[in-house]
Design a protein around this ligand. Structure first.
Ligand code: MG
Length: 251
C-alpha cells in the first residue's frame, strides 16, 4: 500500500535528505586512486555518526556496511573491501540515512582519477535519464510514464536498463510501495499524487541489461562484464511538480 506523506513528514524527509547531501559532499574529494573501498565506508560512517543520524544500510537484511561501493562492472550492492581503486575506475556509492524515523536514499557514480570518454558518457546519461523521467513526475501522471521516459532516454544511447532491480517508495521504511521501475509502458502503474515520496534510481549498463549476483550474496554485476552506472535521488511529488530532495550538485 502506498503511504502518502503529510507536509510535516516531508519536512523531516527534507532534513534527512539535507544531511545525506552533506555526507556525499564531504566524501567527494576522498574518492581517488589508491584508496580502498572499505576506506570510503569508514569515512562515510564517521561522517554519518558525526551528523547524528543512523546509517540506513548497515545491518539491513544483514548488509555489513554503511555504503554500497560498486566498482566498474558492479551494478549495485557492492560490499566495501580491501579492493584498491585505480585510475580510470568508476565507482557507484549508494548511501541512506535515518533521521527522526524517516529515511533518505541517494546514489552517485563518480570517476576515479581520469576516466575514458565512454565512461564519462555512461555516467552522464545515467544521471540525465533520471531527470528525463522527472519530466513525467507530475500529479496525474502514472509511474509507467516516468519509467518509460527513463528507458527511452537510456536506450537511445544503445545502453541497457537493468530490469531486476528498481526504485521504490521511501519514508518510515527504506523500501516502501510502490516499486519504481526504470522501464515500462506509459499510462501504466499507480497514479502520482501529491505527497508521494519515491527513490528513483536508474541502473544503466554499457552493454546488455542482464545482471547476476556474485557468491557473496550481495554484489550485483553485469552478465556481460560491461561497465554500469547508478544514479539515485529521493523525490517528492508536490503540487508544483517533483522536488528532488537529494540533489546537492545544484546547491
Ligand atoms: Mg534505493
Amino acid at each position: 500500500m502506498v503511504a502518502l506523506k503529510s507536509d510535516r513528514e516531508i519536512k523531516i524527509m527534507r532534513e534527512a535528505a539535507d544531511i545525506l547531501k552533506d555526507v556525499f559532499i564531504r566524501l567527494k574529494d576522498f574518492v581517488k586512486p589508491g584508496i580502498r573501498t572499505i576506506d570510503i565506508d569508514s569515512k562515510a560512517e564517521k561522517i554519518i555518526r558525526s551528523l547524528k543520524v543512523e546509517p540506513a544500510f548497515l545491518g539491513y537484511y544483514g548488509f555489513p556496511a554503511c555504503v554500497c561501493t560498486s566498482v566498474n562492472e558492479q551494478v549495485v550492492h557492492g560490499i566495501p573491501s580491501d579492493r584498491v581503486l585505480k585510475d580510470g575506475d568508476i565507482i557507484s556509492l549508494d548511501i541512506g540515512v535515518k533521521h527522526k524515523g524517516y529515511f533518505s536514499d541517494a546514489a552517485r557514480t563518480w570517476p576515479v582519477g581520469k576516466i575514458s570518454h565512454e565512461s564519462e558518457q555512461l555516467i552522464e546519461v545515467t544521471k540525465q535519464s533520471l531527470f528525463e523521467g522527472l519530466t513525467a513526475a507530475t500529479q496525474g501522471s502514472r509511474i509507467g510514464d516516468l519509467s518509460n521516459k527513463i528507458q527511452k532516454y537510456v536506450e537511445s544511447f544503445g545502453y541497457g536498463v537493468v530490469r531486476d532491480f528498481v526504485g521504490h517508495g521511501i519514508g518510515v521504511a527504506l523500501h516502501e510501495d510502490p516499486q519504481v521501475p526504470n522501464f515500462g509502458q506509459p499510462g501504466r502503474g499507480i497514479l502520482l499524487e501529491q505527497g508521494l515520496v519515491i527513490a528513483i534510481e536508474p541502473m544503466v549498463n554499457m552493454g546488455r541489461p542482464e545482471v547476476k549476483i556474485l557468491d557473496d550474496g550481495w554484489t550485483v554485476v553485469t552478465k556481460d562484464g560491461s561497465l554500469s552506472a547508478h544514479h539515485e535521488e529521493t523525490v517528492v511529488i508536490s503540487k508544483d511538480g517533483p522536488e528532488v530532495l537529494t540533489n546537492f550538485e545544484k546547491d
